[in-house]
Unconditional design. Sequence first.
Length: 155
Amino acid sequence: MAIIAAGTPVPPITLKREDGADFTQEDLKGRTTVLVFYPFAFSPVCTDQFQVYEELGSELQAQNAVMYGVSTDPSFSQVAFREKLGVTIEQLSDFEPKGEASKALGAYFEPGGMTNRALIVVDADGVVAWSHLAASPGELPGVDKVREGLAAVSG
């Protein structure tokens, strides 16, 4: 399955916030959203990824944008991961039904039964402005990729 294409409205999805509340496609409206899909909490590449992305905080704020991490880990693992790293990027769980939202957005890695490494930038109207699927789950899309995605909204 291919990553969701720019220009596509985000389909109905349901993820779980850290507190267990639902996060749906409606929560993507009103500001730019960067969804960061990653395979597993506490894996080496994911750890590096969120520490690097945390440095984008002021740039995201300046563009009225928010970033969320998304994986198929349960929420309690994601919270422990975020707290251990000392980052503020809220985590969204696609645990049950496993990978359903990630599959709908083309960010699921079926051979591994996990979320692939991908970035999806959604505009304030809930439409995908830009997307990127890494060549493999082990490839870390750098900060430049996030900036490229944000530029697609503003440019």
